[in-house]
Ligand binder design. Structure first.
Ligand SMILES: [Zn+2]
Length: 213
């Protein structure tokens, strides 16, 4: 049997504490599910499970508290990012949900769509759009983006931009909203603001803002 480093073991324990699924832990740490189960059983027997249960609970309470009532939607959004990057074999750039909350909320309120400015329906938050769609959900590449529209889902920014390059799509949608061609310089300025937002969100360090409980 392959010996695993302490680092792998402690990472596994940390993920168990965050109540990640054994499948996810297996994928992220690179060990078989059976090993995750064995270790979990071992930690349970040695009494560490009590600790990890409590830690998991505290983690969730903290995430809930930071999410200000948006936790169920936020968690769903967060999990679907993990899943889609996993399925598409892309990099996923977050360690845990606490690192992503500021992407969905600003001052505890849902962020508007970075492209069109719409705010989500009551109790919801927008998902995150990958600016460069060739890479995964990694900080610096993400902005909140609307994914539904009352008239038609096709009108959401998420769906309508999917067939174009960002610049191309922005030019089209801004011109349409304006009822005529928008000067290229104006489109560029809008793009610049989106890149700046993505960069600011990516460099935000939640651990420095949130006191450790
Ligand atoms: Zn939008």
């Amino acid at each position: 049997m392959k010996a695993h480093s302490e680092e792998v073991r402690s990472k596994t324990l940390e993920l168990l504490r965050q109540q990640r699924s054994q499948q996810e832990i297996s994928n992220r740490v690179g060990i078989p599910i059976g090993t995750v189960e064995d270790w979990a059983a071992e930690w349970r027997k040695s009494g560490m499970l009590v600790g990890y249960k409590r830690a998991g609970m505290e983690f969730m309470q903290r995430a809930k508290q930071m999410s200000n009532g948006y936790y169920p939607c936020l968690r769903k959004r967060y999990r679907s990012m993990i899943w889609s990057d996993h399925v598409e074999n892309r990099q996923f750039g977050f360690e845990n949900i606490l690192q992503a909350i500021h992407y969905y909320l600003k001052d505890r309120r849902p962020r508007p769509c970075a492209y069109c400015g719409r705010i989500p329906d009551y109790g919801k938050v927008w998902g995150l759009d990958r600016i460069d769609s060739s890479i995964g959900h990694v900080p610096g590449n993400l902005v909140p983006c609307c994914s539904s529209n009352h008239e038609s889902p096709k009108l959401s920014c998420q769906l309508s931009k999917s067939k174009f390059t960002l610049l191309n799509w922005m030019e089209r949608s801004m011109s349409r909203a304006n009822g005529g061609i928008v000067p290229f310089r104006v489109v560029e300025q809008r793009l610049e603001r989106i890149y700046t937002l993505a960069k600011d969100l990516g460099s935000f360090e939640p651990d420095k803002e949130v006191p450790n409980g």
